[in-house]
Every structure is written in C-alpha cells, then in structure tokens.
Ligand binder design. Sequence first.
Ligand code: GLV
Ligand code: MN
Ligand code: MN
Ligand code: MN
Length: 428
Amino acid sequence: PIHESHSHSVSSLSVDARSLQKQIDELATFSDTPAPSVTRILYTEKDVLARRFIKNLMGLSGLSIREDAVGNIFGRWEGSEPELAAIATGSHIDAIPYSGKYDGVVGVLGAIEAINTLKRSGFKPKKSLEVILFTSEEPTRFGISCLGSRLLSGVEELAKALKTTVDGQNISFILAARSAGYAEEKDDFYSVSLKKGSYSAFVELHIEQGPILEKEGIPIGIVTAIAAPASIKVEFEGNGGHAGAVLMPNRNDAGLAAAELALAVERHVLESGSIDSVGTVGILELHPGAINSIPSKSHLEIDTRDIDEERRNIIIEKIRQSASAIAKNRGVRLTEFKIVNQDPPALSDKSIIEAMEAASKELNLTHKKMISRAYHDSLFMARVSPMGMIFIPCYKGYSHKPEEYASIENISNGVKVLAVTLAKLSQG
Ligand code: GLV
Ligand code: MN
Ligand code: MN
Ligand code: MN
C-alpha cells in the first residue's frame, strides 16, 4: 500500500484508461446539441441523465452517495479514521452551449477513476476520501457561476437570492431544481453550506484550458492561484421606433449604447496595461430584435477577470462610469447595472502544492507551477478547506468550444497524480 512504500505503490497504480475514455464518450452523449459539441444545462433532462450516470459509477466504485438541496453530489470512501475531516476531490459536468466534453468532466470521472485505481492497488485510506460533483459551475442558466460550490462555501446572500431567481424563460430556480429532484418543500438552500474545516483538503483535476503545458511538453500543471472573476449585467432603454421613419437626430438607440459599451469594456481592459487583465461581452441582446425596428432595449453581460483583484476592480469602476456617460450622451436610460459577482482570487495551499509536486516526482512526470485564468469550484472550496489543483495539457489550449480535446494519456497521468496526491493527504 502507498503509505508503506512509495516505489511499490506508484508502480502498482494502473489507470483503466479504456474504461475512462468510454465513460467520457458516453457522458458526452447527454447533450442538447449534436456531437462533437456538448451542451448540458443545469436541471435539464440531459443534466439529470448525466447525474444518474455519475451516481451509478460512484455506486459501482463502492462509494456511499449523498446529495444536497441544490444537487451537489458526494461519493464517500470511508477511511479507517472516519471521524477525521475527509479529503475531497471533484469538479462539474455541466457544459456551456456548444462546448466540449472534457471541461469539468475530467475532474469528476477522473476522480472516480483515481479512487478505483487506489482501490485496485490495495490502498486503504486513513482520512475518508470524497468525490464531489458540483452543481452548475457554469453560469449558463441562472447567471450564477460556481453555484454549488458558492453555496457550500456559505455565501448566505445567494441562498436568499435563489428564492426569487428565474432563468431566461422565467422558470424559477426552485421549480427547475424540483423538476430535477432537488430543493424539496422546506429546503431553503442554507442547509447546503459546509462548516469551515469540513474537509482537510480539496484537490481538483482539470484540463488547463490554456496552451502552455502542451506547447512546453509538460504533462502536469500545478496551480498556485486562481484569477479573480467578476460579471456584470447591464441594460439600456430608449424609445425605439420605426427604422425608416424616425430620423437619425431623433433617435435614442439602446443598441448603439450597448455597442459603445462593449467597445469601452475592451478599451478599459487594455488600459490596465497588463496581459493578465481580460474582459468579454459574451451576451448582447437587442429588443425587439427586428431589422426594421430601432432597438428600444439592450442587454449585455460582461465578464472580466484578473490575477490582480484591485486592477480588476478598477476596470469594473471604469465600465460603470462609461455606462453612465454613454447613457447620458445618447439620451438612453441605464436601467440596470448589476454586479452579479465580484470574487477575489484564491491561492492554493502550500502543503497541497507540495503533495502534488511530490506525487508528480514519484510518478516521473515533469510539472510546472502555473496560475489558472479560468475559474473553478476550487475558487470557493478554498474558503472551506486548503485547496490545490492539477492541470493537464489540452489540444492548443482550446476550451468552451467543440474542438476541446485532451488525450487519454494525459488524462491518465492526471488521474495518477490525483490518486497519489489523495493517498498522501489521506495518510497525513
Ligand atoms: C468557467 O468555466 C470559466 O468561465 O472559467
Ligand atoms: Mn467551463
Ligand atoms: Mn471547468
Ligand atoms: Mn471553469
């Protein structure tokens, strides 16, 4: 077993790469868009089927399963000292529209396979090991990112806000959750939050979603920090009118205000002077959306991130000022400027970094320390327990599009590093 002899233990680890690839491929079929794209949105039928698939695998691995009110799923392998805080790992399986089959999935199926690998090697954990499937890391349906882990980390305003949250079709969060078998009558989502110290460590395996590891030929990335994400919803309103009849001087076009703000976002991000500042307008909607009608309403959603929280906050402030100035100049109303989330960055824990580095070394896999520019449930799990993340290379760094790809060799290496890391932390 691993805690007795490292050289023996590491060589006795064998990942079942064929089964893992089969599971990744099968999970990808639970999608609302045709392959190779994957679209799996929170609490839809495909999400429910995918969850069932994961719970079945957890059961086959001998894990005991618990689900909370929002649908976070926990699979536990009881350790020999079950009263000690467990070591957790996991990720998400929801997929944004027209994305790929590896984002999040590698950290859920890979975690279950890491457990299987440890079981086959004869390892027995001291601290219990838990695999977590987090609900809705992606903000697609209700506009809230890392929903499950945010609630686990005890964000109380969110538990309250969910009571009145609706999706784009005006379906309430509660009804959607109930349709998927969660949020029973009396649930108020406060029940989801975990006490600090509920876990003694959390480790997430994920594709890099960037090009560095592949380019440098390094199989393992060890994340030291996760960039600080923020998102903003903006709405402008004008008078609209007939595209032929209303002359240019008499217009207040809400669509042009949105276009101008989108360009201002780019400008403010570039003004920071840092390559680490990014900003994206990924949603831009015009009402009524007819070619011969001046937009009377526009809706933008802005994503901005930075390693440096203060620099990110300055960008947000500039965007706010531009939104007001543009509204004033164009005679439209700025009817909404809502900061949906403005999260601080998270740092990985030193002792978990050391465990991941030691695991890579024992497995003879080179590694590189790096930051995560994408956010992950780890951003919030870092508030519950010490956190660490393992990255693996992915093709050209592609992610959030159908071309996303990671080789099964790279995935298997990641699973091994995860397994050895979990084993070390469990014995510690
Ligand atoms: C999550 O997927 C992100 O946008 O980083
Ligand atoms: Mn993602
Ligand atoms: Mn992800
Ligand atoms: Mn992410």
